[in-house]
Write a protein that binds this ligand. Sequence first.
Ligand code: DX5
Ligand code: ZN
Length: 220
Amino acid sequence: MSAIKIAPSILASDFARLGEEVSAICEAGCDYVHVDVMDGHFVPNITIGPSVVKALKPHSTKPFDVHLMISPVDPYIADFAEAGADIVTFHPEAGHHPHRTIQSIKAAGCKAGLSLNPGTPLEMLWPLLGDLDLVLVMSVNPGFGGQSFIESQLARIETIRKRIDAEGLDIELEVDGGINFETAPRAITAGANVLVAGTATFKGGPSAYASNIAALRDEK
Ligand code: DX5
Ligand code: ZN
């Protein structure tokens, strides 16, 4: 399996200093900048949109991993691509035609990810697997940072990892929600290679980011 990547969720950063926070996590050694986009409709919370992504892009030296928790998705793909998204991940429940959404994301020049809620059947993933660049397993219900890791998702990560490897696919397997120094090694053992971590990255302020990221990456 490829090396472990850390994708800090800026949802847990200081929103009054977003540009500085993005620079700080890049300097601290993160692999992706995870941007949680919420619309108050698909999930209860409202966060940020393409204009903020565009404003943050010059502050980053790492790819933008944009997690869309919005419905519909298709009308906004071009906006996020133009704003600087490198990976665009969406939820299959957010539209009627997930295969078409994947095609649209790729046509916009981005890598395509599919995100599975804790209750989303894996059957929704399998027909699309070969078209994806990334699978995101939600280990909390989407909408908020700082929630507790849902244990049942470890077995799903294992199942997806086996299938990716059996089919010889070049797909990242990302886990998002409740990742900390205790759950990170378990998610890695289950087969995840990208860890989203909001609370665990930003805890302790900028002077702690490098050690937090290193600790999340190194725990196996
Ligand atoms: C939840 C978001 C997550 C969340 C992670 O809807 O997709 O990225 O911010 O936060 P922590 O790491 O604090 O659980
Ligand atoms: Zn996320």
